[in-house]
Ligand binder design. Structure first.
Ligand code: GDP
Ligand code: MG
Length: 566
């Protein structure tokens, strides 16, 4: 089809608002995928994703659609819905001219949806509001339309009412994509610039790169270079996603495709990087590329020490397969996949952020591993990363969410009512307080109704100390954590079988109590001099301690466990 008949679009939606269901219906209606070959929800193709309802992998699909007797080519680029992927989302959006904004009309706009709409507006995308689930008895499309107008400032007079489930409004959506979204610019004559929006590792062909050609033309066999990594390859195979891979000889400006070039490492072809020709290079890479800067680390140990080589292998493969490995909120998914797919039994340590330690001698040391923290005498101050979080919540849960944020050393920034019933609350808090279970807590304290979005604000000094865990007098380095002074409540009790602190423990330190009971079961004597009471550390502690003790030392060898802090 001519470039004027190409439309590139993505779907912005909060988790569960119906993105996958709608995408499936679009594929069906355009005959791209036959109903019988359609597995349940084509775009979420990992079992684990489907079970957890989280879309991790970005995918793309090309559809043929006839509008007023003319053939059109509609490229759908999927975006991940989870709060951790805003960079990946922004790159997918940058590959499109338009977006469907899908909102569950029995719910309303959520924080991540809002953030993604702003990203889309920054990228000059045409946004088509779609009010989904109108078949539900509780659907209020006009209220939700008004909410979108008020909150986002988007004209909703021509919002499409739809039920992805019942197949209502699907043709209207396809028509609107053709009518309202502009075609790509015809820049096929310029030097090649293609934007990478996703990649994955294929065991036989190496890294498969998904991209949108912004300018120029890519031919099969061309020598190409990835501008950020400065790695060059021959594009042995190029093609389109229909949605399965279909080889072609050429891809022009405006088109979406994939390439395979025996690339061994995903690091060579990062999301957001620009592909150009090796000899006819563009002098300007596409804007928006960001180096991945991991800010959170987590230790991972096989319970059986003999499984170390297998773990290393599995991790390498998984990393090549899944950019989400770096996403800490998905740590438990990574662990589960490793356990399920590679038959490993693993222990993870509490996630740790990267601290900056200002030393007495004037040096600044980056510290991602608490056990590598310089000695107290050598350090002048410790800085930790802070994030700004914005929570959107029905007004009933404002109290519990403020309490949660305050508990996590949050500093209140502002609160706005976006509608009569829903508020936006902004806090600044240490990233260390957000990793782990903050998101789960937000969900449980708001009965699932609140949503959040966060961004990094910078490093700030905090009063931090290191908590060591000693077993048999030996420091177990992987168990060391860095905690805030105010969060450490000094406890002194020696456990024998009839301690009298039971009441206190039961009320406030339930988890520690359980830990100790479990430790007693293993016939251990425990002296606890101090402890951090934050749930996630205690949980990790419970989990790890028992595992470490039993697997590493054998229960009979351990005669004391002793915790202290400096
Ligand atoms: P996603 O997380 O945005 O991809 O959402 P899904 O497409 O997985 O849908 C979440 C849930 O909402 C599923 O149980 C769907 O069956 C359901 N759902 C999606 N669209 C509709 C709709 O139009 N009406 C109703 N009643 N349910 C829907
Ligand atoms: Mg989905």
């Amino acid at each position: 089809v001519p470039i004027s008949n190409i439309r590139n679009f993505c779907i912005i939606a909060h988790i569960d608002h119906g993105k996958s269901t709608l995408a499936d219906k679009l594929l069906q209606m355009t005959g791209t995928v036959q109903k019988r070959e359609m597995k349940e929800q084509f775009l979420d193709n990992m079992d684990l994703e489907r079970e957890r309802g989280i879309t991790i992998k970005l995918q793309a699909a090309r559809m043929r659609f006839v509008y007023e007797n003319e053939p059109y080519c509609l490229n759908l680029i999927d975006t991940p819905g989870h709060v951790d992927f805003s960079y990946e989302v922004s790159r997918s959006l940058a590959a499109c001219e338009g977006a469907l904004l899908v909102v569950d009309s029995s719910q309303g706009v959520e924080a991540q949806t809002l953030a993604n709409v702003y990203l889309a507006l920054e990228n000059n995308l045409e946004i088509i509001p779609v009010l989904n689930k109108i078949d539900l008895p509780g659907a209020e499309p006009s209220r939700v339309a008004q909410e979108i107008e008020e909150v986002v400032g988007l004209d909703c007079s021509n919002a499409i009412h739809c039920s992805a489930k019942e197949g209502i409004g699907i043709t209207e959506i396809l028509n609107a994509i053709v009518q309202r979204i502009s075609p790509p610019h015809d820049t096929a004559e310029r030097p090649l610039r293609a934007l990478i929006f996703d990649s994955y590792y294929d065991a036989y062909r190496g890294v498969i790169v998904y991209f949108r050609v912004i300018d120029g033309t890519m031919k099969k066999g061309d020598r190409i270079i990835f501008m950020a990594s400065e790695k060059d390859y021959f594009a042995d195979e190029i093609g389109v996603l229909s949605p399965s891979q279909l080889q072609v000889d050429e891809l022009y400006a405006g088109e979406v495709g994939y390439l395979s070039a025996s690339i061994r490492s995903v690091a060579d072809a990062r999301v957001g990087d620009t592909i150009t020709h090796y000899s006819r290079r563009t002098d300007q890479s596409l804007p928006g590329y960001k180096e991945a800067t991991p800010m959170v680390f987590c230790g991972l140990f096989p319970v059986d020490a003999d499984q170390f080589p297998e773990l290393r292998d599995a991790l390498e493969k998984l990393q090549l397969n899944d950019a989400a490995l770096k996403a800490f909120l998905h740590m438990e998914i990574v662990q589960e996949r490793l356990e399920r797919e590679y038959n490993l039994t693993l222990i993870t340590t509490a996630p740790s952020v990267v601290y900056q330690v200002n030393c007495v001698n004037g040096d600044t040391v980056e510290c991602s591993n608490p056990s590598l923290l310089p000695e107290p005498g050598q350090r002048r101050s410790i800085e930790e990363p802070f994030v700004k979080i914005e929570m959107l919540t029905p007004k009933d849960y404002i109290g519990p969410l403020m309490e949660l944020s305050q508990d996590r050393r949050g500093e209140f920034k502002e609160m706005k009512f976006i509608t009569e019933n829903r508020a936006s609350i902004t806090y600044e808090l240490p990233l260390a307080e957000m990793v782990g279970d903050f998101f789960d807590q937000l969900k449980s304290r708001s009965k699932g109704y609140a949503s959040m979005e966060y961004s990094f604000v910078g490093y700030k000094e905090s009063d931090l100390i290191k908590l060591d865990i000693l077993i048999n007098g030996d420091c177990v380095e992987p168990l060391a954590t860095i905690v805030h002074k105010d969060k450490v409540i000094l406890l002194f009790f020696t456990l024998d079988h009839h301690f009298n602190h039971k009441k206190v423990l039961k009320r406030k330190y339930n988890l520690i109590f359980n830990t100790l009971v479990a430790v007693i079961k293993w016939n251990l004597m425990v002296e606890l001099y101090s402890s951090d009471v934050r749930d996630f550390i205690v949980c990790a502690f419970t989990f790890m301690l028992i595992n470490m003790l039993t697997s590493k030392f054998g229960s009979s060898l351990v005669d004391s466990c002793h915790i202290e802090f400096h």
